[in-house]
Write a protein that binds this ligand. Structure first.
Ligand code: 0X9
Ligand code: ZN
Ligand code: ZN
Length: 416
């Protein structure tokens, strides 16, 4: 009995070790594996569904998928690749070293105030947002995270009756730092340099939620760089949080999701169980009840340089207006590429990647918002994935902004 008790104490200590201290990722590696046929895709998909590895990118039908392996998993993963004739390269030799380098460079270039030469913290974002003073920008709170951080929205409008509206959100996923950094850059661009956008703002209202998952983001900054989920607590499990991009009500629990609270793609207890996703839904519904009509919903993620179109929940299924989605996606990535030469790919989300249910983009499309896209920003296959060097924040933001301006123009041209 005493022994059993000791054993269970030891087990609990082991389980909770993940939640204590800082995860270093020392000796972890990231592999880029190439899928060249459906059989190889099945292998990658089954690894994803097994939940034994942290997938840095959602499995891709044809092409590269990035998978992180713990030191004790490296051999096994290499064996699986070899047995299935899959080509792979080591993308990151030691994730722990990469994280240390990132911390050092972020410290060097940050002076405690927001800038886009370092990744801003939530405190920097909050202090800056609440100090914005602009005749066209209005900052408010749409809700609070599990740990009670405010979820901000910035509304850009020249006033009068509601215009055709556009909604942008960022950092649904904690470790995708470039998403929030880009959203804040865009807010700053509109606040400090509004003149070039006067024609656009005469015809549309733009709402930007720059940091959806602030709890997860701060956890990723302070304790676990690779944290993806929210930070909610559930009874009966020692695992924390759910994947907010599996927590929306459309195709909840479908492909690419997990009912296991310890999974990185855990759906959550039910649709909109998380305060962060419920806040987005409530915000959309409340604006609509005031006469606002949203024509576009763009959600910022990273990485792989993809402009993903509906539907994303399963391959081969398209909304009736898919031709318009595709023409807009293609025009957007062309404008994006013209800025710094960065190549993107566009297409139906689940045709390019693996299908995922409960995602924000499909929820918005199903809700009646015409143009939706998940934008997976830099980095590329050759880069370091989530650990995008801070000197790419501004060029990334500039090019994404060019792509978005095409979306705004299309919304303006869309019949009421
Ligand atoms: O898997 C996801 O949630 C997104 N990729 S990420 O690497 N940022 O996690 C892709 C979601 C695309 N949208 C749909 N498939 N609906
Ligand atoms: Zn509605
Ligand atoms: Zn994401």
């Amino acid at each position: 009995m005493k022994f059993l008790l000791l054993l269970s104490v030891a087990f609990l200590a082991f389980v909770h070790a993940k939640e204590m201290g800082t995860r270093t990722y020392k000796g972890y590696q990231v592999f880029t594996v190439k899928v060249t046929n459906p059989a190889q895709f099945e292998v990658v998909k089954s690894l994803y569904d097994s939940d034994e590895y942290d997938f840095w990118t959602t499995p891709r039908k044809l092409g590269a998928t990035d998978i992180m392996a713990a030191p004790e998993q490296i051999k096994q993963l290499g064996k699986i690749f070899a047995e299935n004739g899959m080509q792979f390269v080591v993308k990151v030799k030691d994730v722990g070293n990469l994280i240390l380098e990132e911390q050092a460079s972020n410290k060097r270039s940050s002076d405690g105030r927001i800038s886009w030469t370092a990744y801003p913290s939530f405190a920097e974002i909050r202090d800056w947002l609440t100090s914005i003073d602009s005749p066209i920008a209005e900052v408010s709170t749409i809700g609070y995270t599990h740990e009670n951080r405010p979820i901000f929205v910035v509304k850009f409008s020249t006033g009068g009756a509601p215009k055709k509206s556009i909604l942008i959100d960022a950092n649904i996923h904690a470790r995708e730092w470039i998403a929030g950094a880009t959203a804040t850059w865009i807010i700053n661009e509109l606040v400090t340099n509004p003149d070039p956008y006067a024609d656009i703002l005469a015809q549309v209202d733009i709402y930007i939620i720059p940091m959806v998952n602030a709890d997860g983001f701060e956890w990723s900054r302070a304790r676990d760089r690779m944290w993806r989920k929210t930070r909610s607590i559930r009874s009966g499990s020692s695992c924390i949080g759910c994947d907010p991009n599996r927590n929306f009500a459309f195709m909840f629990g479908g492909e690419g999701t997990s009912p296991d609270p310890c999974s990185n793609t855990y759906t959550g207890a039910g649709p909109f169980s998380e305060p962060e996703t419920a806040a987005i839904r409530d915000f959309v519904v409340a604006r609509e009840s005031e006469g606002v009509k949203f024509y576009a919903y763009m959600t910022f993620h990273s990485y792989s340089q993809l402009w993903l179109l509906p539907w994303g929940y399963t391959q081969g299924v398209y909304p009736p207006d898919y031709a318009e989605q595709l023409s807009l996606g293609q025009a957007s990535i062309a404008a994006l590429e013209a800025v710094h030469g960065t190549a993107y790919q566009t297409g139906q989300g689940a045709d390019i990647l693996y299908g995922v249910g409960g995602a924000s983009d499909d929820w918005a499309k199903d809700h009646g918002i015409k143009y939706t896209a998940t934008i997976e920003m830099r980095d590329t296959e050759e880069g370091y994935g989530f650990i995008l060097p801070a000197d790419q924040i501004i060029p990334n933001a500039e090019e994404v902004w060019a792509g978005l301006l095409v979306v705004f123009q299309r919304v303006i041209e869309t019949p009421v």
